[in-house]
Design a protein around this ligand. Structure first.
Ligand code: GLC
Length: 391
């Protein structure tokens, strides 16, 4: 078990599954979050690797601030990225606070990116309210509008799943599920070039909102599950029957994408890589808590392990436990899967919670880590790994 220090903290965290000292973990997360907080009201995922605001990261940060007892920062974090929502409801996935010219040429617009990310703001808003934090009406309304944009304006597959216009929209940037789009097989630098290219074929509304991408006509099971679940989280607050109907309808379509042999939900799209067994596909358990899917998450030969859910099933050829999005544990996915299992009363919830805490501590709150050793990968420390306090 590695022994790590969170910068600025001076202390070390040690622990194996089930034995992480809660107070030390909380102190390390609080120190990191304070260091990553930026005036104006948002938290950067990491000060050097990720110095801007990202949509789904900020949703997780809001939850962490709420857990740390700072409702004001929790609300500011959400209000801040929702403030750049456009007239159709589209929410950009990145905001370049303080330097609107940053990457403006790349995105074709100043200040923000021109694609979105999983709408975890539905869950974040609902969870803040459940915790007794006053969320302004405007934030709730913007969250609803963000979901409505995806239901009403985003292109669907013929069967009715919501498409993404780019791999980055799923948050799972280099998932083996996109390998079909990387000619000659996945290679990180080559796929980076592909991702740049894929931005050029996005079809946009007059105001710039991303509507479709004929070159990436894919509906990720995980993304669709997050759309449906986040809508239902908001419905729990607002009682909005229209939003409930949209979410229920989408969930029913998603049912058709369960593959009982592979024990995963598969994507709708032109390539077989959409069948690779990955952790994010099992996010569908948030809306359809299947015991077989939880069993797949518990299986140590598949996605299970001592430090949370492996990002890719160990039996899949692309599985690589050290490579970005190819196999490591992602804490934000483990958090969401843990919520699904806990809500369903499935015992894997406990293993996921223990694994998340242990991996967070042993990796020094890393962005992601090796599923069997918790050796850190990516940015260290990374704000969303504070989610370990919430399970
Ligand atoms: C990486 C991740 C993405 C995340 C971003 C900031 O690009 O793939 O999901 O939002 O980093 O943490």
């Amino acid at each position: 078990m590695g022994r790590v220090t969170v910068p600025g903290e001076g202390g070390a965290l040690e622990g194996g599954p089930g034995q992480v000292p809660a107070e030390e973990l909380r102190a390390a997360v609080a120190t990191m979050m304070a260091a990553h907080w930026r005036e104006g009201g948002h938290t950067v995922p990491n000060g050097t690797v990720y110095p801007w605001q990202w949509l789904w990261d900020s949703c997780f940060h809001a939850l962490i601030w709420a857990e740390l007892g700072d409702g004001d920062r929790a609300v500011a974090e959400l209000a801040n990225f929702l403030a750049v929502q456009d007239e159709l409801g589209f929410v950009p996935h990145m905001t370049y606070h303080g330097d609107p010219s940053a990457r403006a040429d790349f995105w074709g617009r100043p200040g923000t990116s021109s694609i979105t990310q999983p709408p975890v703001y539905g869950h974040a808003v609902a969870e803040l309210v459940r915790r007794g934090i006053a969320v302004p009406d405007e934030v709730v309304e913007r969250a609803v509008d963000g979901l409505r944009f995806l239901f009403d304006h985003r292109a669907r597959t013929p069967n009715g799943l919501v498409t993404v216009v780019h791999p980055w929209e799923t948050g799972c940037d280099d998932s083996p599920r996109w390998d079909g789009w990387c000619p000659g097989g996945y290679e990180r630098a080559r796929f980076r070039a592909v991702k740049g290219e894929l931005l050029t074929t996005v079809v946009r509304a007059e105001g710039g909102a991303p509507l479709a991408n004929p070159a990436f006509a894919v509906a990720s099971a995980g993304f669709n599950a997050l759309v449906a679940w986040n809508a239902l989280e908001l419905v729990g607050l607002t009682g909005d029957d229209g939003l409930r109907a949209s979410a229920d309808e989408l969930t029913q379509v998603l049912d058709g994408y369960w593959d009982a042999d592979l024990m995963t939900w598969i994507d709708d799209g032109p390539h077989d890589s959409g069948r690779v067994r990955t952790a994010d596909a099992l996010l569908a358990t948030l809306v359809r808590p299947r015991p077989e899917a939880f069993a797949a998450l518990a299986d140590p030969a598949g996605l299970g392990g001592p430090f949370g859910a492996a990002g890719t099933d160990r039996r899949e050829p692309p599985y690589d436990p050290d490579a970005y999005w190819r196999g490591p544990v992602w804490p934000q996915l483990t958090y969401l899967l843990q919520r699904a299992a806990a809500a369903a009363g499935d015992p894997v919830a406990e293993a996921l919670a223990d694994g998340l805490r242990a991996g967070a501590a042993a990796s020094g709150l890393a962005e992601y880590w090796h599923p069997d050793t918790a050796v850190a990968g990516g940015a260290v420390p990374q704000s969303w790994t504070g989610l370990a306090l919430l399970v």
